[in-house]
Design a binder for this molecule. Structure first.
Ligand code: F6R
Length: 607
């Protein structure tokens, strides 16, 4: 979603800003802009891609202080005017903003009554005017003045022609980091924007602001009292954040193929083979506390929610604790009952999804205990929770999530194992699952070898305007994730259904132009699943069946995808891998930009 980058130092800012913005492209955006402060404040902004912005920059665009932004439209359509930065009426203040101003309508009305001519439809513009109109002496006090009138969330960066030696940045619900360079400083909403220049960063806390000059930064609260936030070296490989294609392949492709090693990373040091259990030190729960848990509630959005559903199934099966998953985006709005002996788990790749973060805050407000299952270290959700499991998937650049989801599943398997082993899961079953987990990397590799077969299937599916993905019990969230992946990057309609529910309505839609992708593992439901496939076939519905080698499909006319067999509890994740490749190749066959699907953001930081 929206991205912020800022620079102050001895170099010309424009090139550094647009390069930083290009590194945020994967988050999803519809317009971009930059402001630089030289002899005067200059702003250029454009709907479209960062390269359109670069083409629009004038030859003389000098300045060693600047801010840039990629916008994801919320208030007002994606056009040049609504793109950030926004400027004050006198043209001396420029701001970029991530988040939402909840009282934008009343602030805009007040400003209009005061004679300000608003240039855009955005909520952000009010910041520029409020700062411009403030009579306070310092830039810091002007920004604080403006913030005190605003309700909502912000990651904010401000430059002012009267204070050319500094930027002021602020965070409230939307991430903001300060990067320390050698005689120069950066700000950004995401490490990816600055990692090529520095890995020494400070994460601002909610409610915190910072003054950033070329030589350092100081932090303070909205009452102007100082805080002690310091910069730390983050242990990341900058090359992992390189944007664009890698070896000529889209990032989604590389990330799918990285899964054998990213799964290994998620398992490393966390398995106790001797006692058939897992060690998740970050849970901050001792065995007695683990035993006292009576229910598990998993919250996530989109694909993370679907993996949460797989995780809930695993926890019920292995630990025999009632567990369910719910869309975090809905949870908060039904005044949820928070129980002291329920373990709440927030699952998120980015750790910044606002709906999931707000669900965490609601639970904490009511005294609940929340764990995070998160990929991005130090992200908002990771910092808000009481403990958790990091995914160790490495940076995920492609908008469509793959390797992070697989590692979420692995994380839930480890949690289920540890919860199970303090209850009734036997040591033998624990060992059986550990062996299954250890087999995953090799089995994923095996699935990846069948890529050309999956590419052919994808080309066939891409011809259909609409299709079903079906599965039962463990297979249902797999079907949901398969449908999600296909629709988000190929723009084909794909609906997930429980196989058992087809006969209660949607069978009416089956025809030779509506294919079905069916998840049919070798388990206690295989026969019933196969029977349902016959009903689809009888209505001439084309079938793709993701199954295990020893499942007998009889006379069924189906394209078959065989996945190596693991333990029944771990089969779902292996069945997800071919669906990633099918979605990828369908999107490619249709000529879509796989890494930057339309209308989809990498981290959804607005409600
Ligand atoms: C699907 C996808 C989205 C995310 C969802 C949650 O490929 O990427 O559905 O899964 O927006 O994002 P995180 O996991 O960052 O909270």
């Amino acid at each position: 979603m929206c991205g912020i980058v800022g620079y102050i130092g001895p170099q010309q800012a424009a090139g550094l800003l647009t390069e930083g913005l290009a590194r945020l492209e994967h988050r999803g955006y519809d317009s971009a802009g930059v402001a630089v402060l030289g002899s005067r404040l200059q702003v250029v902004k454009k709907a479209g891609r960062v390269r359109d912005l670069v083409d629009a920059l004038p030859k003389r665009f000098a300045g060693k202080v600047g801010i840039g932004h990629t916008r994801w439209a919320t208030h007002g359509p994606a056009n040049d005017t609504n793109a950030h930065p926004h400027v004050s009426a006198d043209g001396r203040v420029a701001v970029v903003h991530n988040g939402i101003v909840d009282n934008a309508a009343s602030l805009r009305e007040r400003l209009t009554e005061a004679g300000v001519e608003l240039a855009s439809d955005t909520d952000t513009e009010v910041f520029a005017h409020l700062i411009g109109l403030s009579t306070a002496d310092t830039l810091e006090a002007k920004v604080v003045d403006a913030l005190s009138q605003v309700e909502g969330t912000w990651g904010l960066a401000v430059v002012h022609a009267d204070f050319p030696d500094r930027m002021v940045v602020a965070r409230n619900g939307s991430p903001l980091i300060v990067g320390v360079g050698d005689g120069e400083m950066y700000v950004a909403s995401d490490l990816a924007a600055v990692v090529r220049h520095t890995t020494t960063v400070a994460h601002l806390d909610d409610g915190e602001l910072a003054t950033v000059t070329a030589t350092g930064f100081t932090t303070f609260r909205q009452d102007l009292t100082t805080t002690t936030t310091t910069a730390r070296e983050v242990d990341v490989d900058p090359s992992a954040y390189e944007y664009g294609e890698l070896d000529g392949e889209p990032r989604m492709f590389t990330e799918i193929h990285e899964q054998p090693s990213s799964v290994e990373r998620a398992l490393r040091g966390r398995l106790d083979e001797r006692f058939g259990t897992a060690h998740l030190g970050g849970l901050n729960l001792d065995p007695r506390e683990l035993r006292a848990i009576r229910r598990v509630k998993i919250l996530g959005c989109g694909s993370a929610y679907y993996v949460g559903q797989m995780g809930a199934g695993l926890i019920e099966e292995l630990a025999r604790v009632p567990a369910d998953a719910e869309a975090a985006s809905e949870f908060r709005y039904r005044n949820p009952i928070i129980e002291p002996d329920t373990l709440y788990v927030a699952v998120s790749q980015s750790g910044e999804t606002i709906d999931t973060l707000l669900a965490v805050q609601e639970i904490k407000r009511k005294g609940g205990r929340v764990l995070g299952v998160v990929n991005v270290v130090g992200s908002a959700i990771a910092r808000a929770v009481d403990g958790g499991i990091y995914l160790h998937a490495g940076p995920e650049i492609a908008v469509a999530s793959t390797k992070a989801l697989t590692n979420m599943y692995v994380a839930f398997s480890l949690l289920a194992l540890q919860l199970g082993r303090v209850r009734d899961l036997s040591i033998a079953d624990g060992k059986r699952l550990i062996a299954g987990l250890q087999a995953l990397p090799t089995q994923i590799e095996e699935i990846l070898k069948s890529e050309s077969h999956l590419e052919e299937i994808a080309a066939r599916l891409a011809e259909a305007e609409s299709m079903f993905f079906v599965g039962r019990v463990r297979g249902y969230p797999v079907a949901r994730e398969g449908a999600q992946k296909l629709k988000e990057i190929s723009y084909r309609h794909a609906e997930a259904y429980q196989t058992s529910e087809l006969k209660h309505g949607p069978l009416a839609l089956i025809s030779e132009s509506v294919p079905t992708v069916a998840i049919v593992p070798k388990d206690e439901l295989t026969d019933r699943n196969v029977a349902a496939l016959h009903e689809i076939s009888a209505r001439r519905g084309p079938l793709v069946v993701v199954t295990h080698p020893d499942v007998d499909l009889g006379e069924l006319d189906a394209l078959r995808v065989d996945v190596p067999k693991n333990e029944v509890e771990l089969d779902p994740i292996l069945m997800t891998i071919p669906l990633q490749l099918i979605a990828f190749h369908a999107a490619k066959a249709l000529g879509h930009d796989v890494d930057k699907p339309r209308n989809l953001a990498k981290s959804v930081t607005v409600e």
